[in-house]
Ligand binder design. Sequence first.
Ligand SMILES: [Zn+2]
Length: 475
Amino acid sequence: MFRSLLPSRSRVATVSALTVLALGVPGTGAASPAAPYDRAVSTPREDPYYPAKGDPSVDALHYGLDLRWAPRSRTLTGVARITFRSPVAQSQVRLDLGDPLRVRRVTLDGRQVLFSHPGKDLVVATGELAADSRHVLTVSYRGRPRPVAAPTRRSDIPHLGWTTTRRGAVWTMQEPFGAFTWYPVNDQPADKAFYDVRISAPTGMVGIFNGRLTSRRTSAGRTVTRWHLASPAASYLTTIAIGDYVRYTDRGPHRLPITYWLPRGDRRALPELRRTPSMIRWLESKLGPYPFDRIGTVVVPSDSAMETQTLVTMGARLMADRRTFRSDLLHEYAHQWYGDTVTPESWPDLWLNESFAMYTQIRWEVSRGWATMAQWRALLTQQDQSLRDSDGPPGAYHRGDFGELCVYYCGALMLDRLRGLLGDRLFDAVWRGWPQRHRDASVDRDDYIAWLNARTGRDLGPFVTRWITAATTPS
Ligand SMILES: [Zn+2]
């Protein structure tokens, strides 16, 4: 996630013995629900900061979404086929789904089941489910999606989730939550899943999602696209955009496929986006091999940006300052390593994303000669105490101040100090090693400290804990 700055300037999945149901998932082309989703087996949990979002009753493994958008009536018609694991023996499950969307039918393993939908809670009466059993839930719904309020004072994030423009185009940014504004979901970061998505929009518009575009057809006045996300993702890292877009392609290091989606008639950002191959090359030189099978960017009418997995969502209004746009593009790409492949299990550990993405952005700006490390160090040191006072420390920020500057700056200063402690060589090995050793993982503070200690042979727990939890700047 982007943070406006002074000018330019994340348990690896436990695979348990499973009771597998040999049910195919019709219509999305996904293979039998059993084996292919093991990489998405997670330990869902209640979020300590936003407990009303997400639920530990569901371990989503795969979302098959079939979406039809009618811009004139602002109506979304959807069918979600959710392959999930029941972590415990239970007889009901709960998902998040925005209340403007009306549920019409719910089936479990092909059998119609009862449900209720008070507010944004979709509660499904499943009958007895065995612990670790897998099932397919199908939810048919329809309505006029609306965004929800964000737990922050940030002016660049007025709301979260599905946003419809005056012309009926669509985009979303949904961190820490908001995916539930357009599909039924366990909207909590500890639960990663695979996605296959079909989007039908009127001709003249195209539906865009994360991952690989597997087909695009126009007929009978509709354009239908299909998308496959080949890596398990947390729900806040999915994106959707529907509108009159033009697609551009590029190639990154080791022939990495790159795609840019720009609104028709607005190519201003294209020259900046074309820097993606060199940015990925630089990031790989610091953080190791890129963790996914493709990368790209979709530009939407926003003041902010999001590190959505394999397809970053960039606000067009950031182009007001080319350097800001460029620096933030690098920041969102850095999140593919720090946040997307290794993801915090819960929101108090947002620093595991933002402190590292911010630090990587700083190192990149210094490598461009935009500033010196000494200048950044002076700025971060000067600001640290006042940010702790206003936002709370990076690992214990005020939950109503999501994504405030403390998780960026105070955590980046900690990493700069850690580099001083460890020396350049060992620090760079740690900076690179964490995402490489934790692909597809969900983690917390203790996981990071345990790994850091093992990697360095030092007890750095007190150091990290002090930096991310102290009310005053550690001396
Ligand atoms: Zn960020």
